[in-house]
Design a protein around this ligand. Structure first.
Ligand code: NDP
Length: 621
């Protein structure tokens, strides 16, 4: 496939030292010594709004006491994939437990206007060939993903076992019965032999700790709990007609905000966009799926596409002669670098030479994106404020055909709050900027989620205790300790899906699915062998952590120099007990040799069949 050229051509001549210095200044301007504490959890006035469910009534039910083989904490894509893999492993006595009213996870909660997936749907949506499903377009609508996830849950018979509108409050290993005891806000006592933590990355909304936030008397909500009753419309019909006489402000300009802002700009009487750090916003070119292309696909096409996307987006280079199948803003750097090497006949280059070339290309692409702002936004000051000054991938790259254009509307005003490290304050009637009060009717928080903050904030589960009352929050306080990123010592029969210590794939859902496959294998083996408890030995865990760290690609400098965001826990450095400077990175600790090597390592481990490194307890229960 030949990729279409970008709408603004790449820029070749750039003063890189000057730009590096500019990036540093912009980053420093945004660094906030409060770190993660600048955010507050939805408590007090907000608690009810976030504990409740604006999408579906929460019906009363009696508490449940049950014994099951596996509790899957979460019903998002990772939770559904855990169910699929258990099902395929012949395990049926399990239950997904979720705070939401249905399967879907982030695609259940997030229904704000404009919501689409920013990733190529042909890669992102799992099990497309097995499900016989073809997405309607390259970037799927939120509701399309939600309905697709539901269809997987139906197909793999997850519904009759699921517990929805059930918030897990406590998880505790009970040695006497060799089971996990799960306590919920419904008063349940669920005793599960195994627990799979499939709780996702973006499940707990956070709010900016703006001085005076509780004084505001108008309407306020977070984008993950969009109130269509107030705005008008719904997520399949984004006509926000109740906003025509409303003055609205939105905090944030991340992936969520840039999708919602065009809709707010279109309907609100007045829209203020309170921006601290601009995003990179490229051309989107969302195209409907071409039926001829879909018919031409051969079995195995999704895997082939995911492999190709992984090379471009994660490994950073295509192979000689390999086309870029995904052809979007995620793959541009690798596409351009591969084209350079192609023109040179693919000379062998060292990792250092690659890094140097990539850095130059990074500056060129970022400059192109800044020029794109200039080409679209008419007001010079607004355009300047909308230009991003950091390296590509320091924040999530975005694409949208209506976002920058919205700032040309007369009712839309960008308010740059970078100088005060965020919104200055709120009052009864509105917000403060430059000491001036701006009256509004509604404040919308597109302020993100607890992603890299402390684990208890991220998980939102009050008590989480393994053997001898050991809290996972203490156990992992300083750093993760796992075997293969999936299990940890003193937490028997406990499995983690997500970004901890293992192989990274550019397609999140693929990574989750493979982790679930491995987990289902261990659970099946344990059940078949009559094992009551399985956990990594201290030695095997230490060996894995050592191997992981000794083969890791050190990204500390890159993460340190990035603009603060949830990607790097707001740029907050931590010193380990051995005095090493570390930054929490949202993708956890990656396996340096790469995804294919990690997959092979786990496959070889399973093929040997001896559950090496795991301690098995039998016959206690
Ligand atoms: P983000 O964390 O990316 O953005 C939060 C925004 O709020 C930032 O712009 C941040 O500014 C701003 N903010 C926070 N506090 C303040 C403050 N005190 N004053 C002013 N501004 C403030 O959250 P999102 O919900 O946008 O996105 C989270 C993630 O969700 C994405 O990165 C992506 O992974 C996922 N997502 C995916 C989508 C998809 O298509 N697949 C769509 C939407 C979201 P600053 O940048 O300065 O910190």
């Amino acid at each position: 496939m030949k990729c279409e050229p970008t709408d603004v051509p790449p820029v070749e001549n750039i003063d890189i030292p000057a730009m590096r210095e500019k990036y540093r200044r912009e980053r420093d301007k945004r660094l906030n010594s409060a770190g993660q504490k600048q955010y507050v959890q939805p408590v007090g006035d907000f608690e009810e709004a976030y504990a409740g469910d604006p999408h579906m009534p929460v019906l009363p039910r009696d508490p449940i006491t049950s014994e099951i083989d596996v509790a899957i904490l979460g019903g998002g894509i990772s939770g559904v994939l855990a169910g699929v893999e258990l099902n395929k492993a012949g395990i049926s006595n399990f239950s997904n437990i979720d705070h939401a009213g249905d399967f879907g996870g982030v695609w259940y909660w997030n229904r704000y206007p404009g919501i689409q997936c920013d990733n190529d749907a042909y890669c992102y949506l799992p099990l497309l060939e097995e499900m016989g499903h073809m997405p309607a377009s390259k970037f799927s609508e939120g509701w399309e993903i939600y309905e697709y996830v539901q269809s997987i849950a139906r197909r793999f018979k997850l519904y009759d076992k699921a517990l929805f509108h059930t918030l897990v409050e406590g998880v505790r290993w009970d040695e006497t019965i060799q089971r996990w005891r799960i306590a919920t806000d419904r008063g349940d006592d669920i005793r599960a032999r195994f627990v799979i933590m499939a709780n996702g990355l973006l499940n707990i909304p956070k709010l900016p700790g703006i001085p005076g936030i509780h004084d505001f008397r108008g309407k306020m909500f977070h984008t993950a709990r969009w109130e269509y009753d107030y705005t008008g419309g719904d997520w399949k019909n984004q006509v926000l007609d109740k906003l025509v006489d409303k003055r609205v402000a939105i905090v944030g300009t991340g992936a969520t905000a840039i999708q919602a802002i065009p809709h707010l700009g279109k309907y609100a009487k007045q829209l203020y966009v309170l921006q601290r750090t601009p995003s990179t916003v490229d051309v989107r070119r969302n195209t409907p799926t071409d039926p001829d292309w879909a018919r031409s696909l051969q079995p195995g096409w999704q895997k082939e596409r995911q492999v190709n996307f992984h090379r471009a987006a994660m490994e950073g280079l295509l192979r000689p002669g390999e086309p870029d199948l995904v052809c979007d803003f995620w793959t541009e750097l690798a596409r351009n670098l591969s084209a350079q090497l192609d023109a040179e006949g693919w000379p062998a280059i060292t990792p250092e030479e690659y890094a140097a070339r990539r850095e130059v290309m990074d500056y060129q692409v970022m400059e192109r994106l800044r020029l794109r702002v200039e080409a679209i936004v008419r007001d010079r000051d607004t355009a300047e404020a909308l230009k991003p000054w950091y390296r590509f991938l320091c924040k999530r790259p975005l694409s949208n055909e209506n976002y920058l254009e919205t700032f040309n509307l007369p009712n839309v005003k960008l308010v740059d709050v970078s100088g005060t490290k965020g919104v200055e304050g709120m009052t009864e009637k509105g917000f403060l900027a430059g000491g001036v009060e701006h009256e509004i009717d509604c404040m919308i928080f597109a302020s993100g989620f607890e992603v890299t903050s402390d684990l208890d904030r991220r998980w939102g589960i009050g008590k989480y205790e393994g053997r001898n009352g050991l809290s996972i929050y203490d156990h992992w306080n300083e750093e993760y300790k796992t075997l293969h990123g999936i299990m940890t010592h003193n937490f028997p029969n406990q499995f983690f899906v997500g970004y901890y210590q293992g192989g990274l794939n550019a397609t999140t859902t693929l990574q989750y699915g493979r982790q679930c496959h491995h987990i289902a294998y261990i659970i099946r083996e344990a059940l078949q062998r009559g094992v009551t408890a399985v956990e990594p030995s201290v030695e095997a865990q230490a060996e894995w952590v050592q191997h992981l760290r000794s083969t890791a690609i050190d990204n500390t400098q890159w993460v340190r120099e990035c603009t603060p965001s949830y990607f790097n826990n707001e740029g907050e450095a931590q010193l380990t007990s051995s005095g090493v400077e570390k930054y929490r990175f949202y993708l956890g600790e990656a396996y340096g040799p790469g995804w294919d090597a990690f997959e092979k390592l786990l496959q070889d481990w399973r093929d040997k069949g001896d559950l090496a490194g795991l301690t098995l307890t039998t016959g206690k229960q």
